[in-house]
Design a protein around this ligand. Structure first.
Ligand code: UTP
Length: 469
């Protein structure tokens, strides 16, 4: 083949993207085919709309941003909601869902983020951490779970191979359902798509919000329906402290008076006004997340009558959502309900004059991504559940500093210390309240604090000790 298909040439011309074929004649047949296949997959009409959209500025008047109602409101209701959640789990109506399609650029790890060694002493990879929790939940509630994992073209092969090489961490391979999210081309300042290679358009995964679309397009929603799964427990791959299924949260989501059962969110109080997490809030009677960069620093720093941040509900990427709601949002895959946001990033590209690969030092391109939390205001109503940072949020995002393996290890040991203390063990802490030993608790030993009541524990744990339970 020496000429590209006429239909492709016409489409590219009409869209001002014909430069994507600049190197076509120099490619071998296989490369030509691969480029044509990729071009056929791109939804140029959708891209035209995205390229034409104005940069999304948040138009919310800051006066109208109110804190959300925080659940659970009454501690005496906990047991009732927990029981409802346990019933849902036992009946096989809830599935864990991990979004693992991201590029993980900040961490700089060569491989899927889920393969990153995350735990304090044994360095278990994130995927194993979740798999072992799933196994523990299955045996506790006498149920077989299906675990849905979203990958992207960047890491799909490697992720599947990692599971195969690790014997699916003891799960039956049938229980683990992988599917890929979509990708969107990156564009330069003139709205022209970039070539990552002479035979490959530069694309990026379409954001964690793309997971909702991918659940539909991949057939996973139908797969869930066929298994009687009604609710999805959504979490991100980079948080080793997440409770993959949380009975209390599930119970609140399906049964709390103000919950539509469509989508609910977990929050933790922000550490300080500048912490880089989105904020769950109410705007015009609807719950939604406002990104930290969209909130005026003065408003972010406002305090209430108790001296706490007024807008303190930090969003941690943990949601419950119903299969029905995701079906509703994705009914027309060509007109996805969530907006795409633009982000300016460094994207390596082939220079059209020299044919050489350029590694830009400054952001040179726009990527389009959907955010899962944009689904929240589309629900009839949506509740926010407050949890404790050390109990469930220790993300690994950066190679060092904040949200790094080091900070995550500290939080993991801190949580283990808390659980041990609740069971009567004395644990040394420093002046800032951090545990001064390194403690790792296996999911087969405990998946929540109360489980340690029946475990033989040391009386005390001293400075610098390493304890694996
Ligand atoms: P982040 O926003 O932290 O992005 O993703 P990232 O790709 O992991 O890391 P950076 O920003 O490149 O350093 C939060 C979660 O959403 C998933 C990630 O895998 C992670 O679990 N995600 C993100 C996707 O699944 N797909 C995407 O397109 C983006």
């Amino acid at each position: 083949m020496t000429q590209p298909p006429e239909s492709i040439t016409r489409m590219l011309k009409s869209q001002g993207q014909e430069h994507l074929l600049d190197f076509y004649a120099s490619l071998d047949e296989q490369q030509q085919e691969s480029l044509v296949q990729q071009l056929e997959m791109i939804n140029f009409q959708q891209m035209q709309k995205l390229i034409g959209q104005e940069h999304h500025e948040d138009s919310t008047s800051t006066d109208s941003i109110q804190p959300p109602v925080i659940y659970p409101t009454l501690p005496e209701d906990h047991q009732r909601y927990r029981d409802i959640g346990v019933e849902m789990i036992r009946a096989g109506k809830v599935a864990p869902f991990t979004v693992a399609g991201g590029q993980g650029t900040r961490l700089g790890w060569n491989g899927p983020k889920g393969a990153f060694p995350a735990t304090v002493l044994t360095g278990k990879p994130l995927f194993r951490v979740f798999a072992e929790q799933i196994l523990a939940i299955e045996s506790r509630y006498d149920v077989s779970l299906t675990w849905y994992i979203m990958t992207s073209p960047i890491n799909d092969d490697d992720t599947r191979a990692f599971f195969t090489d690790n014997n699916h961490f003891g799960l039956d391979p049938q229980q683990v359902v992988f599917f890929q999210q979509g990708v969107l081309p990156s564009i330069d300042g003139d709205g022209r798509m970039l070539l990552a290679q002479k035979d490959h358009v530069a694309v990026n995964p379409d954001g964690h919000g793309g997971s909702l679309l991918a659940l539909a397009v991949s057939g996973s929603l139908e797969h869930m329906r066929a298994r009687g799964i009604e609710q999805i427990s959504y979490f991100q791959v980079d948080n080793p402290l997440v409770h993959v299924l949380d009975p209390l949260f599930i119970g609140l989501h399906v049964a709390a008076k103000d919950s539509s059962g469509q989508i609910s969110s977990k929050m933790i109080p922000k550490r300080d006004p500048g912490e880089k997490v989105g904020v769950l809030c109410m705007v015009d009677g609807k719950t939604r997340v406002i990104e930290y960069s969209d909130i005026d620093p003065g408003i972010a720093a406002e305090t209430d009558e108790n001296g706490r941040l007024r807008l303190r509900a930090g969003s941690i990427g943990i949601h419950m959502m119903s299969v029905e709601f995701v079906e509703h949002l994705t009914r027309n895959p060509d007109d996805f309900a969530l907006p795409f946001h633009m982000a300016h990033k460094k994207v390596p590209y082939i220079d059209l004059d020299s044919g050489e690969l350029v590694q830009p030092e400054q952001p040179n391109a726009t990527k389009f991504e959907a955010f899962v939390f944009d689904a929240i205001p589309l629900a009839d109503s949506s509740i926010v559940y407050e949890t404790v940072r050390v109990e469930e949020f220790a993300p690994i995002k950066n190679a060092s500093g904040e949200d790094s393996p080091e900070s995550s290890h500290q939080l993991q040991s801190d949580r283990a210390g808390l659980w041990l203390e609740a069971a009567g063990c004395t644990v040394q802490r420093d002046g800032d309240g951090h545990v001064t030993s390194r403690i790792e608790i296996k999911a087969s030993t405990a998946i929540e604090a109360g489980d340690l009541r029946d475990v033989e524990l040391p009386e005390s744990i001293s400075d610098g000790e390493e304890v694996l339970l």
